[in-house]
Write a protein that binds this ligand. Sequence first.
Ligand code: C2O
Ligand code: CU
Ligand code: CU
Length: 492
Amino acid sequence: MTTRRGLLAGGVALAAGAAAYGVLGARPSVNLARATGFPRLQMPPLLDTSESGRFDVTAQSGTTSFIGGRATPTIGFNQPYLGPVVRVQKGPLQPKVANALSWPVSSHWHGLLVPGEHDGGPHLPIGPGSNWTPDMQIDQPPCTAFFHTHIHGRTAQDVYAGLAGVIHIVDGHDAERGLPETYGTDDLTLVIQDRRFAGDGRLAYANSMMDIMHGMTGDTILVNGQIGTAAHVPKGIVRLRIVNASNARIYSLRLSDSRPIHLIATDGGYLARPIALETLRMGPGERAEILVDFTSGHGVSLVSDGDPNQGIGGMMGRARGMLDGLTGARRFEVLPILVDERLPVAVAKIPDTIGGVAISLADFEIAKTRRFSLDMGMGGGMMGGFAINGDPFEMAVVNQRVRLGDTEKWVVSTTMLAHPFHIHGVSFQVVRENARDPLPESSGWKDTVVIDGETELLMRFTQPAGDRTPFMYHCHILEHEDGGMMGQFTVT
Ligand code: C2O
Ligand code: CU
Ligand code: CU
């Protein structure tokens, strides 16, 4: 029963079967033949709003059979765990978000550039039995976005239990760009999460102080809410839209036979041209679209190195400078991908250019520079001490006021751990990471970026947010966010 689970625990395989399926060594040799017996990875249901400009989602509870038929209580949008992929395009968008749960939830559109009143953050709770109908306008480049509940103090537990979904913004020009675009065939959506299960099949959540301090990680990988599946793709070029919907885990993704990851889009949309990478780092809340070349007919496995924040590589390891040697040794498998030659091939070559907007914010005058330090403390056996610039989040305190239309530089620094920093209502550019040029995966438009040291961001504020519904900036390790590593700002 456990043989198909992708298990990891401090980097060591738990189950015997995991030696074949799960954790990999420094030079992974993946037994893909074995994966032919795995259940096929299912895509989330597609809700296409292109015609209607409307969609309905209901936050609801249910049970999900993740492991061996045992029923796990979960929550989701329109289904027991996670939610649909909502496909939207430029123009009016009228969601109706209903809450069939017995506690307040919200629906934050992580990655949509909409005003504060439509943002779905902590100031826009939807009470039990109520619904929320923001009247929005979508006007931003194609990208893969994310939506999830965002009630202060319970975001982490409710996202962990399943309350999140995906948004694709499309413009109908992907064929001209030479990009695969057939949902579930050569354009796959992968929602990657790690979870921990108790013996009775329930999700185990935050049992120790370490789960709060380092953020909640699990020993079992879920892709689209499924454990131990394999994806099937055509013998051509395949697009993977990857969403790191984990509470805390930072992945360093690779392909098991070292073929390149061709990065084509970051959080905010397409790059000007593909960038070939060996490793793609993704913190919680980040999205990336990549192309993988299957024209050889050979399958491959998506694997990850260990999380720099966890285990011996966490605070203690960092202090001792042991980090780098250990992450490779903790490599594990995320998803085997098999070629099915019966599937239609639409794209047979990686395009040279994608045509993403590469305007430089450096051409704008910087109206203001702000500094943020992401703080965490440990004292007297108390967990937390999470704050930004020394101030823990307070619903009633607006921490920053920004002028609409201004370009600003935000300099964000961390102590102790790496923290994925996210800003609502804006797309930013990463200009410097630890006094160097940004990593390739940080070179496009972003709304979330892993900060490990000091990072400089440039952004222009185009969406208004007033005092009643300010925008948030926070660490996307959800335990840190709920613990107070969050602030809010108006744009007027
Ligand atoms: Cu995805 Cu404020 O969050
Ligand atoms: Cu957000
Ligand atoms: Cu954090």
